[in-house]
Design a protein around this ligand. Structure first.
Ligand SMILES: [Zn+2]
Length: 369
């Protein structure tokens, strides 16, 4: 019989465990939707060790006026539509639960609506699910229905169970909206007999195909007169008309000219002139790209057993590499010895990088004649 591990207190992470049957009784026996009664209980287990059902937590914070106008069904449908697309699923498979309550943030009353979504017919693990989730996030940000990414921890994870509430807060009772009579569907640790959550080619295309980004870049490029184009290292180099004003000197050059560089997430201006060669002006940067959140643990978690995971690991690294290649500023830690007090001081030092200045321009663009 499967054991469910859980914890009941907010502060001490004391793991308890029950058989699935006893666990369900514990939750069901204390639950009363009308009286807003429910026990205090979180599923609690190591996410790197167990398989689980794919899950998403959505929170929305509203003021009083917004709350009055808020249509929870519309919100729920909007999320379901989007989740169906990114998880290749249908409406019927989602175990949804909901709570809404008033809370205080800096003395201001806030109406908080939480929706939990669990994909009931699939199982996954942190290694394959987390990297995908990070890519998916921007699709939700666009529609301002962001999910909480802090729940995707490495190590011990804590998930408030449907039909339970936070200690001492009646209004926090998490009510099942679907699968009301089948609480097992709401337990993410129960994965027996479920199919693997497969990230299909189509799903990957969907999250990598950032339409807004492409449109933005196209529009920016159309404002310039491009005289020649070349591709190299997944970058597009576009030489611009000689008459174009160099942004670094504020006038056009007599002999040299400027050019655009487009990478996966970024469009920037550079200049062929020696004087300007170290300068880069970023015209557009896709802030939703997942590359900013490079996570060493996730990177290390790609196991290369038979070599089949190698491309995934390489892609993950290269995305991050592009981020720091395209940025002009980052920081390193410097240890300075303090002679007077005889100890090392830790200091953050800014590093100025010339973006793509270290690449040989002549290699990939023709000299302008
Ligand atoms: Zn210049």
């Amino acid at each position: 019989m499967q054991q469910i591990t859980f914890t009941t207190l907010m502060k001490t992470n004391n793991t308890q465990s029950l058989t699935l049957e006893d666990f369900i009784s514990k939750i069901n026996d204390s639950y009363d939707e009308d009286d807003k009664e429910g026990t205090n209980c979180y599923e609690y287990f190591n996410l790197l060790e167990k398989e689980f059902k794919p899950f998403f937590d959505f929170d929305v914070k509203l003021n009083k006026k917004e709350f009055k106008e808020f249509n929870i069904n519309l919100y729920q449908n909007k999320i379901t539509d989007k989740l169906n697309r990114v998880c290749n699923a249908v409406n019927e498979v989602w175990a949804i639960s909901e709570d809404h309550r008033i809370t205080k943030i800096e003395d201001k009353k806030i109406w908080k609506v939480s929706l939990h979504f669990i994909l009931t017919n699939k199982k996954t693990n942190a290694k394959s699910f987390y990297p995908y989730i990070r890519k998916v996030n921007y699709l939700f940000k666009q529609d301002k229905i962001e999910f909480d990414t802090s729940v995707y921890r490495k190590g011990m994870g804590k998930f408030r169970m449907s039909q339970t509430k936070k200690e001492g807060d009646k209004h926090s009772l998490l009510k099942p909206v679907t699968f009301k009579d089948d609480i097992t569907k709401h337990i993410i640790q129960v994965v027996d007999g479920l199919d693997e959550f497969i990230i299909t080619k189509e799903m990957n295309l969907l999250v990598n195909n950032n339409i807004d980004k492409d449109e933005n870049i196209r529009e920016l490029v159309s404002g310039y007169t491009v005289v020649s184009k070349k591709e190299k290292n997944n970058c597009t180099f576009m030489d611009l008309d000689k008459e174009t004003i160099c942004p670094f000197i504020g006038r056009k050059h007599t002999n040299n000219h400027i050019f655009l560089v487009q990478t996966e997430d970024c469009l920037m201006i550079k200049c062929h002139s020696d004087k300007c060669s170290s300068k880069v002006k970023i015209l557009f940067k896709n802030m939703n790209s997942d590359t900013i959140d490079f996570d060493l643990d996730v990177f290390n978690a790609f196991q290369i057993k038979d070599g089949s995971n190698y491309p995934a690991k390489r892609d993950y690294f290269e995305k991050y590499y592009k981020y720091f290649r395209d940025t002009n500023t980052f920081y390193r830690i410097q240890m300075n010895y303090n002679n007077r007090y005889k100890y090392y001081e830790r200091e953050l030092v800014e590093i100025q990088k010339g973006g793509l200045a270290d690449l040989q321009i002549d290699q990939y663009t023709d000299k302008f004649v």
